[in-house]
Design a binder for this molecule. Structure first.
Ligand SMILES: Cc1cc2nc3c(=O)[nH]c(=O)nc-3n(C[C@H](O)[C@H](O)[C@H](O)COP(=O)(O)O)c2cc1C
Length: 206
């Protein structure tokens, strides 16, 4: 796929076709992630790949409980849907579990970290680097004709799901869960804000 076409086509997917994804494609996608720039030249990144329902149930148990509790508190169905953001949340929230569980693969990128406290953006370099990895993954998946869902762990999700359940070493943190599959062509198109470069560039000063 042509590069700018890939950029244009990438979008967050939350509904999947019932279609198998090849492990070879997943390996190419992770390999693309590993080409990302690395703040310390070390590429201290690892990837847990979930494939089976059993693996996903185990690794997402706390997410499921957390979302069920949240739904009881705020009732996803009754969320407002006036603004573009509200419409997105109303569409996304009821799918936060299925967009991972129903995806043929879930990748959990992990990065070596000294912790999340920072006084300057420089101290966030390890976190910044793994997001470069993530964007490469999103674009590579798009180029493969696949889509990605993305969920950032909230509350104690990362500690309970990953650290305690999957045995991730204490000096590695997860960034997100990335569900990968063939997007359902019938899925709703979530409204977006669109900007042009002309609107956003400030020459010389703001
Ligand atoms: C840092 C970050 C965190 C995100 N967290 C979530 C999330 O927890 N759940 C979700 O459904 N989407 C999540 N998203 C996806 C956004 O909702 C999505 O990127 C946004 O609505 C724009 O849509 P697009 O990706 O289709 O262009 C996240 C995106 C980013 C960059």
């Amino acid at each position: 796929m042509e590069f700018y076409e890939t950029i244009k086509r990438r979008k967050t997917c939350r509904d999947w076709q019932n279609k198998k994804v090849s492990l070879a494609a997943i390996k190419r996608i992770v390999q693309a992630g590993l080409k990302a720039p690395s703040h310390n030249h070390m590429r201290e990144w690892e990837f847990i790949v979930l494939r089976t329902p059993e693996e996903k149930i185990k690794a997402l148990r706390f997410t499921k409980e957390f979302l069920e509790k949240l739904d009881k508190q705020i009732c996803f169905q009754n969320m407002p849907d006036k603004t573009i953001e509200q419409k997105m949340y109303k569409y996304a929230m009821p799918r936060e579990y299925s967009m991972l569980f129903d995806a043929p693969y879930v990748i959990i990128p992990l990065f070596k970290s000294n912790g999340l406290r920072a006084q300057s953006v420089y101290e966030l370099n390890d976190f910044a680097s793994i997001w470069c990895v993530m964007e490469n993954i999103f674009l590579a998946a798009t180029a493969e004709g696949l889509g990605c869902s993305l969920s950032v762990p909230m509350d104690k999700e990362e500690e309970n799901n990953v650290r305690n359940t999957l045995g991730v070493p204490a000096n590695y943190l997860m960034t997100a869960y990335i569900g990968i599959g063939y997007p359902d062509p019938k899925a709703k198109d979530v409204e977006q804000y669109h900007y042009t470069a002309e609107e956003k560039i400030h020459f010389g000063k703001w």
